[in-house]
Design a protein around this ligand. Structure first.
Ligand code: FES
Length: 128
């Protein structure tokens, strides 16, 4: 499990999301803007700050197709894919409606010294 700083918590207001492309591995790093189909060994991860102050992080690419969830409608504790309308639960990554029928990975989030930090390698869907 590795910690990764996504950015300053001050820069992600209530009801806002921030998405970045992350190189995975033993020392994950942010490598730039999110991509629907990034280079091998990378993934887009979105951090969401809900209107009531909760923080969530999940894989930003819809499980149904190459669409960034961060570009969809953010409501409550859900993000809606603009591709075909599946709405994903931010806490679990599970889609609440078809056509997506597979969850996206989620990551623990903490605010440490004003920074948004996620833990990679402990996502809720592929733990060993
Ligand atoms: S691409 Fe997201 S629901 Fe189809």
């Amino acid at each position: 499990m590795s910690s990764l700083v996504i950015g300053s918590a001050d820069e992600i207001g209530l009801g806002e999301v921030r998405s970045v492309q992350v190189r995975l591995g033993t020392e994950p790093e942010v490598i730039g803007e999110p991509e629907e189909q990034g280079p091998p060994g990378t993934t887009a991860i979105v951090v969401a700050h809900t209107e009531d102050g909760q923080w969530f992080a999940l894989n930003d690419v819809c499980s149904h197709g190459p669409v960034l969830l961060s570009e969809g409608d953010f409501e409550g504790c859900t993000l809606e894919c603009w591709g075909h309308g599946s709405r994903f639960d931010l806490a679990t990554g599970v889609p609440q409606n078809l056509p997506a029928d597979q969850p996206v990975a989620t990551y623990p989030v903490a605010i440490e010294d004003g920074q948004v930090v996620i833990e990679i390698g402990q996502d809720s869907h592929d733990q060993a």
